[in-house]
Design a protein around this ligand. Structure first.
Ligand code: PMP
Length: 415
């Protein structure tokens, strides 16, 4: 969104939004909670908590099997969320939405099911140097099993994938490109339209890890044109335990099951089992039914707040945070991509990130310190770890001020 477009958007009423998240009014160590770790997992609005609690209190039953009313109702509610999710990410068909536990499981599903039947010895899987471990390890396991090669596109000093570098790493043996839409350690928004075009021009399917994208922007998988898109509900203001794999129907349809068991079969005998159609083929066993219902409530909540208002507020907040951090000479921000979400990873000169996070915690400020499950990113920027503050649409300028005051305190203590 351009600055001119942002100016036309009705501003977000952040205090009203905050009132929807009960946890944001609690204290920690006697100080008001300043929650700056939404990239790890975000907080939940009351409507999500209520939807799940109401389901357990008055609507709970297992789905897809029961002939009685309660089970039929639970099934309708669960399947309604499939449609809500389809609409949320702009998929063409609800059968393209598979409910899984989280982004990690979704990537493992694709690496296992699609990967095992399409990747052979000497083939290549291409990822980038900014991936979360969830988008490294499943491919590495596949490559080890098959004798295939995991190739890695490097990133530049700003933490961006350069398209020329990507092009150079594609070969006639590339079978899959799997990259994040948004980096969890750097905040970089990747140029996914261009990356998808480049892959498809060579007939290579592409998976996008959208775990850090969907909490910040409106995503449309059909417009992007990717083959697979994955995300976790718990980063999207929904509960933990429910995540999503989107796969183009044509691809999903041709894929063998990942996990075997109940609910994913057509018929079972000891001689031969036939499998259900998609998406049931990939949803073996009893799912997190209440989690999926909570995810549906989270999506409806976000849409009621409005993406334009969310995006405009987050840009304003990020600009403010970047300026305030830039005024502290000891801070070096890691991840300065031209297009990024408000994920602020930084090094505070002379102080280990764990010490930074512990002092901030005493001030009620929750940030993450570590390698953020992206150890290769830390290596790339030659730091053992970073402190990471992430902003969501429920954060305010005064949250940023509390972070800055906390960092000044850290510097005093470690002088
Ligand atoms: N990909 C990215 C970019 C992430 O940030 C995360 C979570 N930090 C994951 C994948 C994995 O998400 P989950 O732990 O919910 O499976």
């Amino acid at each position: 969104m351009s600055t001119a477009e942002r100016a036309l958007v009705a501003p977000l009423d952040v205090e009203k939004v905050r009132a929807d998240f009960p946890i944001l009014s609690r204290s920690v160590h006697g100080k008001p909670l300043v929650f700056l770790d939404s990239a790890a997992s975000s907080q939940k609005p009351q409507v999500v908590i209520d939807a799940m609690s109401e389901f357990y209190s008055s609507g709970y039953a297992n789905i897809h099997r029961g002939l009685y009313e309660l089970s039929a109702e639970a099934t309708r509610r669960y399947e309604a969320v499939r449609e809500i999710t389809r609409n949320f990410i702009g998929a063409g068909d609800a059968r393209e939405i598979v409910f899984v536990r989280n982004a990690t499981e979704a990537i493992n599903l694709v690496a296992h099911s699609w990967g095992r039947s399409h990747v052979s010895e000497g083939d290549e899987v291409l990822i980038s140097a900014m991936e979360h471990h969830a988008n490294i390890v499943p491919w590495q396991m596949l490559c080890e099993e098959k004798g295939a090669v995991l190739r890695v596109v490097p990133i530049n000093d700003r933490g961006e994938i350069e398209l020329e570098a990507l092009e150079q790493h594609i070969s006639s043996r590339t079978r899959m490109i799997s990259v994040c839409h948004v980096s969890n350690a750097l905040g970089t928004i990747n140029p996914v339209d261009e990356i998808v075009s480049m892959a498809h021009a060579r007939g290579i399917p592409i998976l996008l890890d959208g775990a850090q994208a969907v909490p910040h922007m409106k995503v449309n998988v059909e417009e992007i044109g990717c083959d697979f898109y994955v995300f976790s509900g718990h980063k999207l203001f929904g509960p933990s335990g429910a995540g999503v794999l989107y796969g183009r129907l044509e691809l999903l349809d041709a894929m063998p099951p990942f996990l075997g068991g109940g609910d994913m079969i057509e018929s079972v005998s000891f001689e031969k089992t036939t499998y259900a159609e998609v998406p049931q083929r990939f949803e073996a066993g009893t799912p997190d039914i209440a989690g999926v219902i909570g995810l549906g409530a989270a999506i409806e909540y976000l849409e009621s707040v409005g993406w334009d208002a969310i995006e405009a507020w987050e840009v304003e907040l990020m600009d403010y945070a970047v300026d305030r951090l830039a005024a502290i000479p000891e801070v070096r921000v890691i991840g300065t991509a031209r297009r990024k979400v408000p994920v602020l990873s930084f090094d505070l000169e002379g102080v280990h990130p764990h010490d930074v996070a512990m002092v901030l915690d005493q001030e009620g400020v929750a940030v993450r310190a570590g390698h953020h499950c992206a150890q290769p990113v830390m290596e790339r920027f030659e730091v053992p770890a970073t402190t990471r503050a992430t902003l969501a649409f429920y954060n305010t300028r005064s949250d940023v001020d509390a972070l800055v005051r906390g960092l000044e305190k850290v510097l005093e203590l470690f002088d």
